[in-house]
Design a binder for this molecule. Structure first.
Ligand SMILES: O=CC(=O)O
Length: 354
């Protein structure tokens, strides 16, 4: 019998999602059986547990929004499960030690979303530093007529000649930096998972160490997170969420930042301690923040402190939301899954090794 794949979200090929087309073709050719969650909403956990509980699933193609791939789920799947493929770059929703214990292979899709997420990082940096969020709110609320021009009206801080601290200097971090060069920044301090360590040449996305020569600005590893807090005019968070990075931007970090600085988060919400961020903005110890991700998303009501704070620009986790990125992510997730269940002719797009 052809291997069975469970797909936890519709990936409509007719709407341009290449991964959906790949799965449809493989299914039509009799190479796999695809069991689909057909509603355009997070998969019902009970349905998933029951489907996996049949004990005949070879591959699980999942999403990162609202799905937890944990012990309970893998236990339900039993020994037939060979691969979990998530259509995301981040995988804090997946218990990797539970996969490792069972020798289940694991795929992610980090390449397809690099540009789209870097775009959002640069957009948030501009919007927050230039107070565009406040401006848009004023216009929508009909307050513009009551805001006669004055020399300091909605003045923000330009990015020219500034220092940018990039925490998480992988593909997205490096590509965001490249975008920001266009706005005249003059220095970058970065941190990888080993703070203080220079970028390993195998992780140089531009394949051109020394980076400083290629980028034409000073680029060096920060000595510490403290140095990033103290020196940066803009801090950009692009790191994975791990026990080490949870609340990396906390009250202590924020006690060291410049009052004119901006923090941008395109990583995961819990990398920032929300209460500490709101307090720093309210008390004028941090000028602005641009957030694509927040703790507790998507349950963020209109009266949430992050939404109410005018100096915070918040968008609903749209870092990878371009048709090109989502199509590429679906393609890579489908490839990982098809390769993982052993369909000939499919190579892994990205396998995470433990
Ligand atoms: O946040 C999005 C992703 O990890 O793909």
């Amino acid at each position: 019998m052809a291997p069975k794949i469970i797909l936890t979200r519709p990936l409509p090929a007719e709407k341009g999602l290449e991964g959906g087309a790949l799965l449809d073709q493989a299914e039509r050719a009799g190479l796999v059986r695809v069991v689909r969650w057909t509603k355009d909403e997070p998969v019902d956990r009970k349905w998933l547990l029951e489907e996996l509980g049949k004990g005949d699933t070879d591959g699980l193609l999942c999403m990162h929004n609202g799905e937890k791939i944990d012990e309970e789920l893998l236990e339900a799947a039993g020994s037939s499960l060979k691969v979990v493929s998530t259509m995301s770059a981040g995988y804090d929703h997946v218990d990797v030690s539970a996969l490792k214990k069972r020798n289940i292979r694991f795929g992610t899709t980090p390449d397809a979303l690099t540009d789209a997420t870097a775009d959002i990082g640069a957009m948030l940096a501009l919007m927050a530093t230039r107070r565009a969020g406040e401006g848009i709110r004023a216009v929508l609320d009909g307050k513009w007529p009551e805001m006669p021009w004055n020399p300091l009206l909605l003045c923000g801080h330009g990015l020219q000649n500034t220092t940018v601290g990039v925490i998480g200097f992988g593909k997205i971090g490096q590509t965001t930096l490249k975008r920001l060069l266009g706005f005249g920044i003059k220095r970058c301090l970065y941190s990888t998972s080993r703070v203080g360590a220079p970028l390993d040449s195998s992780r140089d996305y531009f394949k051109t160490l020394p980076l400083a020569d290629y980028l034409g600005i000073e680029v060096r590893p920060a000595e510490s997170y403290d140095e990033i807090a103290r020196e940066s005019d803009l801090v950009v968070l692009c790191c994975p969420l791990t026990p080490q990075t949870k609340h990396l931007v906390d009250a202590e970090f924020l006690s060291k930042v410049k009052p004119t600085a901006c923090v941008v988060n395109t990583a995961r919400g819990p990398v920032i301690d929300t209460d500490a961020l709101v307090a720093a903005i309210r008390e004028g110890r941090l000028a602005s923040a641009g957030l694509d991700v927040v703790t507790g998303e998507p349950d963020i009501p209109a009266d949430h402190p992050l939404v109410k704070e005018e100096r915070i620009v918040l968008v609903p986790h749209i870092g990878s939301a371009t048709i090109q990125a989502r199509s590429g992510m679906s393609r890579d997730a489908a490839r990982n899954c098809l390769a993982g269940v052993g369909v000939e002719g499919f190579e892994w797009a990205n396998e995470v090794t433990f």
